[in-house]
Write a protein of this length. Structure first.
Length: 150
């Protein structure tokens, strides 16, 4: 059963060369193996034996989101990003859990999305996933997160 939690946070660390800001993702005050350049934990959920952590980076032209799916040992199982575009640069204004999915709407554009967590994963190389994944993440054969516009 999916439910919201309040255990993750960010702690600023010395950035590596060429990076402005860098943060360790913290769980209950302890560092995980995840280092990010996003500045806010927007939302966090426990879904079966996974953690879904939504990071937000708000800037002048829009708001970007990064969705991390972590196992209980804090290994990154999957991740998807939702970057601001000129047509869709608003922030998430409404969100709710429905089963193993997060349903949300973006401010301004009114676009609605569903982020589904597939507990067993799935093999997929759909081209429309390139919009939300890095090339490295796209090449992984098993994917656990699926983001689609509804």
């Amino acid at each position: 059963m999916a439910h919201p939690i309040d255990l993750f946070g960010l702690q600023e660390v010395k950035p590596s060369k060429g990076v402005d800001e860098c943060f360790d993702l913290m769980f209950d005050g302890h560092a995980t193996r995840v280092r990010v350049d996003y500045e806010t934990v927007f939302a966090q959920y426990k879904i079966d034996h996974f953690f879904l952590v939504v990071l937000e980076n708000d800037f002048w032209e829009g708001t970007n989101y990064l969705f991390y799916l972590l196992d209980e040992d804090f290994h990154v199982v999957d991740r998807i990003n939702l970057s601001a575009t000129p047509e869709d640069n608003g922030f998430i204004q409404e969100r709710r859990l429905k089963g193993n999915s997060l349903i949300f709407e973006k401010y301004k554009s009114g676009k609605r999305y569903e982020l589904s967590v597939r507990v067993g994963g799935r093999v997929s190389y759909l081209l429309n996933e390139l919009k939300y994944r890095s090339c490295f993440d796209f090449m992984k054969p098993k994917k656990y997160l699926e983001l689609r516009e509804i």
